[in-house]
Design a protein around this ligand. Structure first.
Ligand code: ADP
Length: 477
């Protein structure tokens, strides 16, 4: 197969004007933290420090929650929905206008390829704000009674895999419904949330409606256990989700948790195999596999196993790993040294348990955090790499003979966030989808998102739904 050599075409770093230090965004202003804590945000592709960011302590959490409470009672709660929607439309438009700059910043701070931040994350972020802006004055028609009420102050904690998109999933519906928020971005990816704070200023959002507290686990823990929070929304690991569920148990707080996954991507023998290969690659290597709904367990019907594996390996040989700002890059940097360690450890366990790893030849950059796209064959359901979320570019391949076996294997997981089905038969799609215990089932595609479509899990993947009309319910009393 001929190999094309692409000229590098990096998006310019120069369009991102970073300050050396960022404070906390409380009550409409950037302020220093009460106890002066600070943390560095690093570019995972180069290990260069991008900026220093304040670390919020309990006193800051208190200050932010109280600003959010005042804004809720005096301004945002009483404001008619049609007025709130104007602010949300304004925020959506500013995001769309500044999307190139935000995409570069997201790739710098997170390590994801610019092709994804520019063409997937940012358009979805703007779409989310546009979508929920449209709901703000129509809540009485959403099916939750004639006059649904907001909950109050929402404490929101998000992960590092889609920093700005997760912020949009949390903030847009909360604000549309009349709640105010205190949001904590992940410690390794705080920068786009801080830029979003500037966008709130630019949109002249009333002070205190959105507050952004940077910091790590303890800041998140202080936020979710603050007594004056009415609602907790969390996206992240199942382990931290459990801790949060324990922290809020017995309180009046409403909770939604969007946690881990170990999705089955099922390829039947009548599927269009080349198309399925694209879907498998997108399912597991999109965003370096840092995706809770990633198709990390490939289930292949035995009769097409050899053909599919050969095609998948050929396709993996064309993936380009490297500089996230090069628009030809398919796989960027692993978000942090800690995450890289986790991926390495689980992959070593896979080998020790007898599965066979395979990666295409690829040269990884010397500095930064990198992991070559990898598939494991000879995986059984008992292997840890078939059960635990690796959250990296690592695919476990299993086989099946009958549709019933495919369904049984797909459902044999503590999670239930997503699944994929590849087949030419419409009736099989419907029959299998009906039996899969997963919040989202994609057919002949994977990792497709739309603000109008609800997203969420079964079992240890969490509870509650984000997106669509369902996403409003989580913020209405
Ligand atoms: P990941 O697997 O994506 O690293 P984590 O669940 O560790 O996910 O982190 C997701 C978010 O939860 C981050 O913003 C992190 O700082 C925060 N966090 C970690 N520990 C806690 C905790 N005990 N309480 C609340 N938030 C936490």
């Amino acid at each position: 197969m001929p190999r094309f050599e692409y000229a590098p075409a990096p998006e310019s770093r120069a369009i991102v004007d970073l300050r050396s230090w960022y404070g906390l965004f409380i009550d409409g202003e950037f302020v220093p933290p009460a106890d002066g804590g600070v943390r560095k945000s690093v570019n995972p592709a180069t290990e260069e420090v991008l900026a220093e960011v304040a670390e919020a302590g309990p006193a800051d959490v208190d200050r932010a929650v109280s600003a959010a409470r005042t804004a809720y009672q005096r301004v945002w709660g009483p404001m008619p929905g049609r007025e709130r929607s104007k602010y949300l439309f304004r925020i959506a438009r500013i995001i769309a206008e500044r999307s190139r700059e935000l995409a570069v910043l997201e790739s710098l701070d997170n390590g994801k390829p610019i092709r994804e931040s520019r063409d997937a994350d940012l358009p979805l972020v703007a779409a989310h704000f546009f979508y929920y802006a449209g709901w703000a004055d129509k809540l009485g028609y959403a099916g939750f009674g004639p006059d649904p009420r907001p909950l109050g102050v929402a404490g929101q904690v998000i992960p590092w895999n889609f920093p700005l998109l997760m912020l949009a999933w949390k903030i847009a519906p909360a604000l549309a419904c009349g709640n105010t928020v205190v949001l904590k971005p992940a410690e390794t990816t705080p920068l786009t949330a801080l830029w979003f704070a500037e966008i709130c200023q630019q949109a002249e959002l009333p002070p205190g409606v959105v507050n952004i507290l940077t910091g790590a686990g303890p800041t998140g823990a202080a936020l979710v256990s603050h007594p004056d929070i009415d609602k907790v929304a969390f996206t992240g690991s199942t382990e931290v989700g459990r801790q949060i569920a324990r922290a809020v148990a017995g309180t009046r707080k409403r909770v939604t948790l969007e946690l881990g996954g170990k999705a089955a991507n099922i390829v039947f023998d009548d599927a269009a195999l080349d198309q399925a290969v694209e879907g498998i690659v997108n399912g597991i290597f999109f965003n370096q596999g840092h995706v809770c709904c990633a198709g990390s367990r490939l289930l292949v019907q035995e009769s097409v196993y050899d053909e599919l594996l050969a095609a998948l390996k050929r396709r993996m040989g064309t993936l380009r790993v490297g500089d996230p700002l090069d628009k030809n890059t398919d796989i960027g940097a692993i978000n942090s040294g800690t995450q890289l360690e986790r991926i390495r450890t689980l992959s070593q366990i896979g080998e020790q348990e007898g599965a066979q790893p395979w990666s295409p030849p690829c040269q990884l950059p010397e500095r930064g955090f990198w992991f070559a796209p990898t598939i494991f064959t000879g995986v059984t359901q008992a292997h840890r790499i078939a059960r635990e979320e690796i959250f990296g570019p690592v695919l476990s391949v299993l086989t099946f003979r009958t549709p019933a076996e495919a369904v049984a294997k797909a459902n044999n997981t503590p999670y239930g966030l997503s699944a994929g089905i590849w087949t030419e038969k419409g009736s099989r799609i419907l029959a299998v989808a009906d039996q899969l215990r997963a919040g989202v089932v994609w057919a002949n595609t994977f990792n497709k998102f739309d603000p109008a479509s609800p997203f969420g899990g079964y079992r240890e993947s969490g509870y509650g739904r984000e997106g669509g009309r369902h996403g409003l319910e989580a913020y209405l009393g």
